[in-house]
Design a binder for this molecule. Structure first.
Ligand code: CA
Length: 621
């Protein structure tokens, strides 16, 4: 029995159970887990399915002391599970009492709390194109509490010398550096997952979760996570949770005692995913290929969840909503979005967006074709061709990422250099909402931009400028702002190195300007200047984008909203270029001057404009 979690989750029941035991020789079922552990009154999702878990719990009959409508009592083939569905629509915040009886005698009572919601909780605003997302891996960002680096009961212990080991970073480390992140100009944080992952090795990435109602104690507690959100909201920053619907870890308590055989996909036995997400819409796909994509496991340590089982789907919906409401979240990033059962993930996404209509969710759709990426965005006409709507507001611009990995190394050509950027945006007509595309140079699964470009500051300036000024939501990966390198070819550990200064005793503290090298400071000050400009530019957040065919490897575009106009020039040519401004008359109109926010210089924009080799300009007109 999991004594610890029992004490944490149901202390009242436990004491009651002891009390009853004194007066009776009968041994009662022990409730080890209740999920969701509590709910809220006044939720759109008012019918909730409460999971009670304990030895032979299914042998009991359940009623409530209050006048609560029980819409369903579901028993599975595993007697340790009982799913009770209640309607909370007209209930006030209160503590409910579930009576568990046998032979018409109440054997024990379980309390269940309906909490009061935060005011206007349903109307919370998610992240948007007005935001800049700072992506960090908590184990690798900063260690704010060395006391939680290793924790009893969790197998993977601190080993900072191992690239795939736990390095000790945590929630307190993030909180300690919120001012740093805000000062840099980011407005939101996407942290990779923080829920418990009790794999015996390689658990630091936390995508193989073992308890999805609990923050991993090596990162902190549920209350710490809530405090992180509060500290962020106090600073006008938004918190985005990395949610995993596709799989759990093999160490998940429910995987070890499956409620139903089909809770996860079994073939029977093991089958790996073929990772071919195109089989989800390929009209010629064979059934077996689609099955192996969707039902195959991502890796052996991550059992694949069966979202076509309504119990599983409902569990995942309630869990996601529980975290939004509990921690006061501003968004989700959903892992391996396009590997999920298509119908299931669409229902999951819709349920969350119905509960919180202004929320935002970005799905990881790692595809290399705009039509296929568009397929997964809410209200996509591409998806509609197959009567599919994911309801997922935001998707990731992976084709731009593909292009960014090479364009700044290339000379002008029909399809090379800046033409790759231009060509990417040409296909924007495929997307229902281009402002809701996540734009990024790299993430925690890819080679680092500053590795690919050998820490070339010019390439970084061009790349970051494009990312921060084109349509969509820019996402910066931690450490990029100080030029951090990382080679995917050397393994994930190399692209997920510790931020220097996040650990006491580090040789250098790059969070502090005074300790940054000259090169690091160049990267940092450029990033800060650009992102802080972006914060207040509505033209960049939501303006029209007009671009011009690149000439001599120079890409020019304008962003316009109401009275604000911004002209962006990316000179990917080694040599200085002089532009004939007459070509841009349709956007420039009668404007004859502007200020380059990067150099701070006032510019005359009458006939010609020169721009140095390998440099960007962001001109506020
Ligand atoms: Ca720690």
């Amino acid at each position: 029995m999991k004594t610890n979690s029992f004490f944490q989750k149901a202390p009242v029941v436990f004491s009651l159970f002891l009390l009853l035991n004194i007066f009776s020789a009968e041994v009662y079922a022990q409730i080890e887990r209740i999920e969701p552990p509590f709910w809220w009154a006044g939720m759109e999702t008012s019918e909730i399915e409460i999971l009670f878990y304990g030895k032979d719990i299914a042998e009991y009959n359940v009623s409530t002391e209050e006048d609560v409508v029980i819409n369903g009592v579901l028993k599975t083939e595993n007697p340790n599970y009982l799913f009770i569905t209640i309607e909370t629509k007209n209930l006030q915040p209160q503590t409910l009492h579930f009576n568990f009886s046998k032979k018409k005698r109440v054997k024990f009572t379980q309390e269940y709390e309906l909490k009061e919601r935060k005011e206007n909780s349903a109307l919370r605003e998610g992240f948007s194109s007005a935001d800049v997302m700072y992506l960090l891996m908590p184990d690798r960002f900063a260690n704010g509490n060395p006391d939680n680096d290793s924790v009893d009961g969790l197998m993977d212990k601190l080993n900072r010398s191992e690239s795939g080991g736990r390095h000790g970073g945590d929630i307190q480390g993030i909180i300690d550096h919120l001012d740093y992140i805000k000062d840099l100009g980011a407005t939101s944080i996407w942290s990779t997952p923080l829920l418990e992952d009790n794999d015996k090795a390689y658990s630091y990435h936390t995508y193989a979760q073992s308890d999805v109602y609990k923050i991993d104690p090596r990162y902190g507690s549920n209350e710490d996570y809530k405090r992180l959100a509060k500290e962020m909201h106090d600073r006008d920053l938004k918190l985005i949770m990395d949610y995993v619907t596709n799989h759990w870890g093999a160490e998940h308590w429910m995987i070890k005692d499956l409620p139903t055989y089909d809770w996860i996909h079994q073939f029977p036995g093991y089958a790996n995913s073929n990772y071919r997400m195109e089989t989800q819409y390929d009209p010629h796909a064979s059934a077996i290929d689609t099955k192996y994509c969707v039902e195959g496991w991502f890796v052996k340590t991550m059992p694949d969840l069966n979202q076509s089982n309504p119990l599983v789907l409902n569990y995942l919906i309630q869990n996601a909503i529980w975290w939004i409401e509990f921690a006061d979240l501003d968004g989700f990033r959903v892992d391996t979005y396009s590997y999920n059962d298509k119908a299931g993930i669409s229902k999951w996404t819709k349920a969350i967006m119905d509960e919180y209509p202004n929320f935002n969710i970005v799905g990881e759709v790692w595809l290399h074709n705009q039509a296929q990426i568009s397929y997964w965005q809410k209200d996509s006409e591409i998806g509609a061709l197959q009567d599919f709507n994911s309801y997922c507001p935001s998707v990731m611009d992976f084709t731009l990422h593909d292009a960014l990995g090479s364009m700044f190394k290339e000379a002008a050509g029909w399809g090379s250099g800046m033409q790759k950027a231009y060509g990417n945006f040409v296909n924007d007509f495929l997307y229902p909402n281009t402002n809701n595309l996540l734009v990024f140079l790299e993430n925690h699964d890819t080679g680092r931009f500053n590795e690919i470009y050998n820490q070339d500051f010019n390439s970084y300036q061009l790349g970051l400028t494009l990312m921060a000024t084109t349509r969509g939501i820019p996402q910066l990966y931690y450490g990029s702002e100080i030029g951090m390198r990382g080679d995917k070819g050397k393994g994930d550990g190399d692209i997920r190195q510790d931020f220097p200064g996040g650990w006491e005793g580090d040789n250098q503290n790059a969070f502090e300007k005074s300790e940054r090298t000259k090169l690091q400071e160049n990267f940092h000050s450029f990033t800060k200047k650009l992102l802080n400009f972006r914060k207040n530019s509505k033209a960049i957040h939501q303006g029209e984008l007009t671009h011009y065919l690149p000439e001599n490897n120079v890409y020019v575009y304008f962003r316009e909203f109401e009275n604000e106009k911004v002209m962006v020039i990316l000179n990917n040519n080694e040599k200085e270029q002089t532009l004939d401004l007459n070509r841009f008359q349709e956007n420039l109109g009668r404007i004859s001057n502007g200020k380059d926010i990067l150099s701070g210089k006032q510019l005359q924009l009458e006939e010609k404009l020169s721009i140095a080799g390998k440099k960007p300009m962001v001109i506020q007109l």
